[in-house]
Design a protein around this ligand. Structure first.
Ligand code: FES
Ligand code: FES
Length: 164
């Protein structure tokens, strides 16, 4: 067993985990946050995407032990009590929401992108979402949603600045 301590969705977590389990198993089975999905389990679909220290990571490819000392956000941690995150709000408004398997991962990739690049162009969005697969539909509404979320994030940041 390995002892790990990390922050997940703003809460401290400390637990003993088997050394060979993934971050995905740790989060879903041991912590009980089921929003992060297991699709392929081999790093190809993006359903398991979480944000680790601000980066979008396939949690099925990461050992749980490597969560130690990190700050993790899962799809459950995007919204506050009062508000949805900009990506959630704009995906809903612009019909970017797909099924329950791919959407959490897409949101987490989009969230990490906007944290790093507040005004991404089409190519940058495409690159950021290239690891999130959905063969059921087109991606155009997803692209619109990410662009709109970028605008909303910018507006919120401006308001924060004005409010001090
Ligand atoms: S479940 Fe991790 S990439 Fe598919
Ligand atoms: S995999 Fe979710 S809608 Fe296609």
């Amino acid at each position: 067993m390995v002892h790990i301590e990390f922050t997940i969705n703003g809460q401290k977590a400390a637990l003993d985990i088997p050394a060979d389990i993934t971050a995905l198993e740790t989060i879903r089975s041991l912590i009980g946050l089921k929003g992060t999905k297991e699709g392929c389990g081999i790093g190809e679909c993006g359903a398991c995407t979480i944000n680790v220290d601000g980066k979008a990571i396939n949690s099925c490819l990461m050992l749980g032990a490597r969560l130690d000392g990190t700050t993790v956000v899962t799809v459950e941690g995007l919204a506050t009590k009062e508000n949805l995150a900009p990506v959630q709000e704009k995906f809903m408004e612009n019909h970017g929401v797909q099924c329950g398997f791919c959407t959490p991962g897409i949101l987490m990739s989009a969230h990490a992108l906007l944290a790093e690049n507040p005004d991404p162009d089409h190519k940058e969005i495409s690159r950021a979402l290239s690891g999130n697969l959905c063969r059921c539909t087109g991606y155009s509404q997803i692209f619109v949603s990410v662009k709109e979320a970028a605008k909303l994030t910018d507006q919120l940041n401006q308001l924060k600045k004005v409010g001090g």
